[in-house]
Design a protein around this ligand. Structure first.
Ligand SMILES: NC(=O)c1ccc[n+]([C@@H]2O[C@H](COP(=O)([O-])OP(=O)(O)OC[C@H]3O[C@@H](n4cnc5c(N)ncnc54)[C@H](OP(=O)(O)O)[C@@H]3O)[C@@H](O)[C@H]2O)c1
Length: 212
């Protein structure tokens, strides 16, 4: 048997190997170790850093805005980008937005353009302003991003995709608590509005930019 990584959980590390070897099965460890860590990056982040793996995601117009100045519905992403975004949602345990996005967009945060499990929706509401948060959402009143991630860790949430808005993305960026950045770029300019964040420092293999 070949295996990429040892389990970082001290309660189980090595037990499986010992059982296999006791049964006469040769075990070859540390094969493609880096690739194994990348494949299981959510689990390793959760076990080693005691927080969920964090993906920052936003859509931006061709001229770098993430929302128009005027109120009202708007769409930045193309249909294929929407499908990809919804596939991304099915791959994470939770999805998180700020209270302003909740109030302005009334998002459902479901993966309705893709088939797969729905992530746990979360809204951050430090001042407790929101009264109509659906019962199945996590409605968090934590004051800081480290506190938010501690709460998610305690709820055994291994990964979260942060879908905005700008203030909440900035808060994760300011404390350096993110592992991946994904940007969907629209073919259309908006002319004015809420500027999208600057791309924060990130390894190139953890930055995905989808151009139209
Ligand atoms: N293009 C995109 O990908 C995209 C995605 C999402 C939203 N949007 C747009 O973005 C706009 C909303 O963005 P926004 O920047 O105004 O608001 P936001 O980031 O959605 O929400 C900001 C609010 O979140 C609450 N919050 C809770 N914890 C926080 C923390 N640790 N740090 C910062 N804020 C925290 C704060 O209110 P309390 O102090 O009351 O808690 C704050 O006012 C909307 O127009 C929406 O349409 C665009």
């Amino acid at each position: 048997m070949v295996c990429c990584n040892d389990d970082p959980n001290p309660l189980v590390a090595g037990n499986g190997f010992r059982k296999l070897e006791a049964a006469g099965i040769e075990v070859v460890r540390h094969v493609l170790e880096e690739e194994g860590r990348e494949l299981n990056r959510r689990f390793f982040t959760f076990m080693e850093q005691r927080r969920p793996y964090v993906i920052l995601k936003w859509a931006e117009s061709a001229d770098g805005f993430m929302a128009p100045a005027a109120a009202g519905p708007y769409w930045l992403s193309t249909q294929p980008q929407n499908c990809l975004n919804h596939r991304w949602r099915t791959e994470e345990a939770a999805i998180l937005v700020g209270s302003e996005t909740f109030l302005k967009d009334k998002p459902s945060l479901t993966p309705r353009h893709y088939i797969g499990p729905a992530p746990q929706p979360i809204v951050l509401d430090r001042r407790g302003r929101l009264s109509d948060v659906p019962a199945h959402w996590l409605h968090l009143c934590c004051q800081t991003i480290p506190e938010v991630l501690q709460e998610l860790y305690e709820s055994k949430i291994q990964s979260v995709i942060v879908e905005g808005g700008r203030q909440v993305l900035d808060a994760f960026i300011a404390c350096g608590l993110y592992d991946e950045v994904r940007i969907l770029r629209s073919p259309q300019p908006l002319g004015s509005g809420l500027p999208a964040p600057e791309i924060p420092p990130i390894d190139s293999n953890h930055l995905i930019i989808i151009d139209p």
